[in-house]
Design a protein around this ligand. Structure first.
Ligand code: MLT
Length: 330
């Protein structure tokens, strides 16, 4: 009898503890966020991904009622940050912005400590950014034809900056070299922010970079633009021909971005982050800043878990064969 009583008391205690735990979890999700949220960026500060992150972080923070703090975790073309986020607590206080490197990494690295299709929750796509093949101001070549001749004459003496294996600058640069049938000296940085600084300083010859912060430098002649990676010329720099029209048929790289959270982040929290992201991308200042850099905000239906996951899946299948065919890296 005594044993029965003790047993019942024990069960009651377990039941009420788990009810309490359940209600604590529910209220933690309902009250989220009660402190600042970290938005991880896989490249150095001052680069394209960092710029988009900081642009959306402010209005997202305003919607959520807590600051969204950008944390740069550069290295290994974004895979260090992806690993960190995949292993972070799924409590909504760590979120992540990454570009199409999320889709290309599997084809570039033998073994990744995370799986792009299963280690994350998907919040939504953000924006598509074109790229431009840039040269330092003092490069003797003034147009694509002259660049071709210069590269043929100088081969591996020509240097090309990138943000490491998995970075789109590296992908674009190596695709360019593969199409030209040359091998230049590739110099990795922790992001194209510092790479662009060195291009402006004349320490490196070439860089394939996103338009996020390059347009003003192209317009005022501080860097030379040899071609865009788009099928049509960009309205912000209409005098710059596409690489496609200059002989590199079908050369197209458009850099898409997505926002993620660690796997297991509760759905009510993901819904709040998604609503804040949508609102940020509708913010007039954000829209204007992106428009000026020829960056396209994705249609509303793509700012969703399904929109991002389906796109990632498709892109993994698109880029895997391209990377293997181009023998990247060698
Ligand atoms: C960056 O933010 O530095 C870039 O997105 C790096 C790259 O992928 O080229």
């Amino acid at each position: 009898m005594k044993l029965k009583k003790t047993l019942f008391a024990g069960i009651a205690a377990v039941v009420s503890a788990s009810t309490l735990l359940g209600s604590n979890v529910a209220s933690a999700q309902k009250d989220w966020p009660t402190k600042s949220v970290q938005l991880v960026v896989p490249f150095a500060a001052g680069g394209p991904t960092d710029t988009i992150a900081r642009l959306i972080a402010v209005p997202m923070g305003q919607s959520l009622g807590q600051t969204v703090v950008v944390e740069n975790v550069p290295g290994a073309g974004g895979t260090i940050a992806s690993t960190k986020v995949a292993r972070a607590a799924p409590d909504g206080y760590t979120i992540y912005i990454h570009h199409m490197g999320m889709a290309t990494a599997q084809a570039l690295y033998d073994k990744l400590p995370y799986d792009p299709m299963t280690s994350f929750e998907y919040i939504g796509q953000v924006a598509d950014v074109p790229m431009v093949l840039l040269g330092k101001k003092d490069l003797p070549a003034n147009n694509f034809k002259e660049l071709e001749a210069y590269i043929k004459a100088n081969g591996s003496k020509v240097t090309m900056a990138n943000a490491g294996p998995g970075a789109v600058s590296q992908l674009c640069g190596l695709l360019f070299q593969s199409r030209m049938g040359v091998r230049l000296t590739n110099i990795p940085y922790k992001g194209t922010g510092p790479a662009l600084t060195d291009l402006l300083g004349g320490q490196v010859d070439l860089l394939c970079d996103q338009t996020t912060q390059t347009i003003p430098y192209i317009k005022d002649g501080r860097v030379k633009a040899f071609g865009t990676t788009t099928m049509k010329r960009l309205p912000a720099i209409p005098n710059v021909p596409t690489l496609n029209e200059q002989g590199l048929k079908g050369f197209e790289v458009k850099v898409w971005h997505g926002v993620y959270a660690p796997k297991g982040t509760p759905q009510p929290i993901l819904d709040k982050i998604n609503a804040a992201l949508k609102k940020a991308l509708n913010n007039p200042d954000v829209k204007k800043r992106l428009e000026d850099a020829n960056i396209d905000i994705v249609p509303a239906e793509k700012i969703s878990a399904k929109g991002l996951k389906d796109h990632l899946d498709r892109e993994i299948n698109v880029w895997g064969p391209v990377i293997r065919k181009a023998n990247i890296p060698d």
